[in-house]
Design a protein around this ligand. Structure first.
Ligand code: FAD
Length: 434
């Protein structure tokens, strides 16, 4: 009889946490001194620092610099264990998780499974584009961009070459502008030197946004600054332009216009992770799960949903899908579970909004925090500082800092490697050698 035997006086409740992202890690850390056993479950054995994912896709950082093994992160948390598994379902009545490695019985459950790329149910767009949501996406983007330049080098037909090098980023939110800006710099500053005889102006990056402005949550002045900066970096920005269909080497816009495109990156939105539908029959906007102000699942006080997957309104609007929301909610849930164990009352979650920021390539960013507005180089310095603080728990903090500094000084992209997994095919636009 011991901590794992339900009948024992020494029994410690099991808190199952689905997702080793920002929210999940925050819960586990928050419960480190509580008389519980926590079991963190994720389909990947790493925690991914999503805000810098686009830098893997654009060859600045290696995967190990934005991802950290969960077991390493959890090593110092004595009451936490980790299981690598895909959670397939939840039996709320019997308090059981169904995973691809068997059942897990829990006393408390925290679901922090995040979100997935939203293709809005359009299979054609899903198959014809690359998302930017996990490491595989970022590595695919890196491979495909570099491969296109290598393929372009084989052709003497300038028309074919120009077609090959038409990159389109769809979605003018933070991920889209960060990706487009970094892609422009990779091409204009680095690949230009790698492909010396190639006319780099053959390469074209277009950013498409369906609404009439980039970066919707920002004030108009910062939105305009972001657009201007992107255009200065040779990114063509097209507003009020929605994609209808993606074909081989072209896009069809909603007004029927056909636009040439060799590679399409889809950053036009995210939706709650699939597991959400196992928790409720009624998903909210963006497939998120409605929770009580205490982050509990209605009707199941022992179940909490946090982060991107949770739908909770504050000040008349749903909380944004941002890392600080997930982290702060994780802390609140740890306190609420501790309160429930002492037969106390869980407290409502209150989001402390510290603002947001987006970088537009090297040395430019927009920052909006309370009354503070910043853009340009000072915005970028602020962005750099904040992100270094954010990744403080990453063992690779120093190497990221070194890479950034190195890149800043010599303007290089050290991770320009095409690494194909077995069976991976060549990109669609394969050319025969002349
Ligand atoms: C490219 C990109 C850039 C971003 N930049 C910023 C930024 O600059 N600032 C900011 O604040 N936010 C940013 N975000 C948003 C931020 O990353 C998310 O809001 C945050 O990660 C949400 O935390 P979470 O814990 O809910 O989910 P996540 O951190 O996504 O973690 C979810 C975890 O659950 C696991 N999982 C999901 N389903 C299952 C399952 N069925 N079984 C097992 N495991 C599962 C996943 O593998 C993942 O590890 C960005 C997002 C993206 C995609």
């Amino acid at each position: 009889m011991g901590a794992t035997d339900r009948g024992s006086p020494d029994y410690k409740p099991l808190v199952a946490v689905v997702g080793a992202g920002f929210g999940g890690l925050s819960v586990v850390r928050g419960l480190r001194k509580a008389p519980v056993r926590t079991m963190l479950i994720d389909r990947n054995n790493y925690h991914l620092f999503l805000p810098l994912l686009y830098q893997v896709g654009t060859a600045l950082l290696d995967p190990s610099e934005v991802a950290q093994p969960v077991r390493g992160v959890m090593r110092s948390v004595k009451n936490a264990g980790f299981r690598l598994a895909e959670v397939r379902g939840v039996d709320l009545d019997n308090k059981r998780l169904d995973t691809d490695h068997g059942l897990v019985e829990y006393d408390y459950l925290v679901v922090s499974a995040g979100s997935v790329t939203n293709f809005f149910g359009n299979k054609n767009i899903e198959e014809g584009s690359i998302g930017l949501k996990d490491l595989t996406d970022a590595l695919t983007l890196r491979n495909e961009v570099l491969q296109r330049f290598e393929t372009a080098k084989w052709t003497t037909d300038s028309e074919v070459r120009r077609q090959l090098l038409k990159f389109v980023v769809v979605g003018g939110g933070s991920t889209g502008i960060e990706c487009a800006g970094a892609l422009a710099e990779l091409i204009r500053h680095v690949l230009k030197k790698d492909f010396k005889e190639m006319d780099i102006s053959d390469a074209e990056i277009t950013l498409l946004e369906a609404s009439d402005s980039l970066l919707a949550p920002y004030v108009p002045k910062l939105r305009a600054a972001a657009k201007k900066k992107l255009e200065k970096k040779h990114v063509r920005v097209m507003l009020n332009t929605a994609v209808e269909k993606i074909g081989e080497n072209e896009l069809q816009l909603s007004d029927g216009t056909i636009m040439p495109a060799s590679l399409v990156v889809w950053t036009a939105g995210v939706r709650g992770a699939e597991i959400g539908s196992a928790l409720t029959g009624e998903l909210q906007r963006s497939a998120r799960v409605a929770v009580e102000p205490t982050l509990q699942l209605p009707g199941h006080p022992e179940v909490f949903v946090i982060g991107d997957l949770a739908y909770l309104e504050q000040k008349g609007a749903p909380l944004p899908m941002l890392a600080p929301v997930a982290t702060q909610q994780g802390k609140r849930v740890a306190k609420n579970i501790t309160a429930l164990m002492k037969e106390g009352r869980p407290a409502p979650f209150k989001y402390l909004d510290k603002g947001f920021m987006s970088t537009i390539g090297r040395n430019a960013a927009v920052v909006q925090a309370g009354p503070l507005r910043m853009k340009g180089f000072f915005g970028w310095l602020t962005w750099l500082f904040v992100h270094l603080v954010l990744i403080i728990s990453f063992r690779s903090q120093l190497s990221i800092l070194t890479n950034w500094a190195w890149n800043y000084v010599i303007n290089d992209r050290p991770a320009r490697l095409i690494i194909k997994s077995q069976g991976q095919t060549q990109p669609a636009n394969r050319l025969d050698a002349p």
